[in-house]
Design a protein around this ligand. Structure first.
Ligand code: FES
Length: 105
């Protein structure tokens, strides 16, 4: 179990416990993180689980795969640190991970 920090688009921080084996999206939804709708349920087809990963964490999480990259490219509010939270698996290395939920495009 690790602690992950979500920051919503108004700057409010929410620290949640995340269990290994789940995705960051699943953790966000289970904890009612504002702005993470996850309409496709993690099938990597909606981008409503978009988050901005704290830049200091980018080299410690999984790399962006081609199908995630394709969906990220469709976002008007994509940033260099954009990720789809359904494509990030929680493990012990993510203790203290900090991600922001961008304002809707
Ligand atoms: S939940 Fe739909 S792309 Fe992540």
């Amino acid at each position: 179990m690790v602690q992950v920090v979500f920051v919503d688009s108004s700057g409010r921080e929410q620290v949640v416990s995340a269990r290994g084996g789940f995705t960051l999206m699943e953790v966000a939804v289970a904890n009612g993180v504002d702005g993470i709708r996850a309409d496709c349920g993690g099938a990597c087809s909606c981008a409503t689980c978009h988050v901005l990963v704290d830049p200091t964490w980018l080299d410690r999480i999984s790399v962006v795969k081609a199908f995630e990259e394709d969906l990220l490219e469709s976002l008007d509010n994509r940033a260099p640190n954009s990720r789809l939270s359904c494509q990030i698996s929680v493990d012990d290395h993510l203790e203290g991970l900090r991600v922001s939920v961008p304002a809707a495009a």
